[in-house]
Design a protein around this ligand. Sequence first.
Ligand code: SF4
Length: 435
Amino acid sequence: MNVNDSEKIVALLRDEGYETTDNAEGADLILVNTCSIREKAAQKAFSQLGRFRMMKERNPDLILAVGGCLAQEWGQNILARAPYLNVVFGTHNIHGLPEFIRRVGNNGSRVVETAFAPSVKSLNIMARPEKGAVSAYVTIMQGCNNFCAYCVVPHLRGPEESRPAEDILAEVETLADHGVREVTLLGQNVNAYGKTLGGSPGFPQLLRAIGRIRGIERIRFTTSHPRDLSEDLMRCFAEVDAMCNHIHLPVQSGSDTILGRMNRGYTRGQYLEKIEGLRHYCPEISVTSDVIVGFPGETEADYQATLALMETVTFDNLFSFKYSERKGTAAVGFDRQVPEKVKSERLQRLQALQQEHTLKRNRMLEGRVKVVMVEGKSKNSDRDMTGRTRCNKIVNFRGGRKLAGKTCSVLIKKAHLHSLRGEPAGGAKDPCSSK
Ligand code: SF4
């Protein structure tokens, strides 16, 4: 979501005559778009601001702006810690950025705007994909009403708000006209899409409508809340051709006690039923998830229940974190905090188990031909290209730059932990097409 917000910011500032640069020293404006989902991310943002402060000392005309969740969280108070900032803008104020910067340029004033906007103007800002890009993000909603006990998002991104379907469809059509063939729909809880619009269309209907747009071959979405995952949505994986066979479905814990303390709104059994349903409609679906270890009150038995759930599901990948206390969330007041050492040790064991599972799942693709949408040159070799399968696995294979943006049939030769190695599939004269 932050990447998408940054793309929107770039689009807005291009209209003001700005261009992006890799040379920070020569910039007129430096804007830091921040995350504060974990304490570590917030610390990183402050240390980056400190580095830019030195540039501002050398160039007093440089405009320094900070946006995103850290700016939302700190508001005016951020100036006590970073008094050199010119603009502080919150998660609902992106649309006002050109005006904030003009105000600074005109009279050198400092601007702090972090009020939640009554309407979702920021939702309708359209990022412009780079020339030749085949993939794009599309925001479909913002905010969250769930208030999971550990999560700062509802406090910083505001209440859930869905973007009108006609605006979303118009954006996807425009993207398709510009050659985009894969869209990733974004929201804190996309499965709840439509609730603030009176329930219709819901998320499955939106997916079906996007699936009918000419030129869109792949639809992805993130993130899903297990409680709101309906059978109709599961059915979309079987019925909508463009749906990619991958879902990110955060479980957070395998213990009912901890899920209850987290206020997640589902049990371990209900989560497993959802996985069963997804695999019923889409047997090859790849499933990824999030887990927090060391949530307050997590005993060794609770932790073992999480490992057991992982064994049952065999996730394709897992984003796992140690619980990190966030100011203003319910869990701050919880008793039985888990010592840091125990959290680290649990995280290590859990990640070792996940590595086994990721490799196991990746190896299942060895010897098979997968359709890869080529994103560009591989980071590891000039002679290789890289892309993704529909099930969201990264595939590297020998090929030239002319393949960028094409769809290639690739024979998977070797599975690694973070990617697959392949070669253009034999038989077909040209294993790649531009469609
Ligand atoms: S559903 Fe996700 S974004 Fe919303 S409160 Fe829970 S963890 Fe945070």
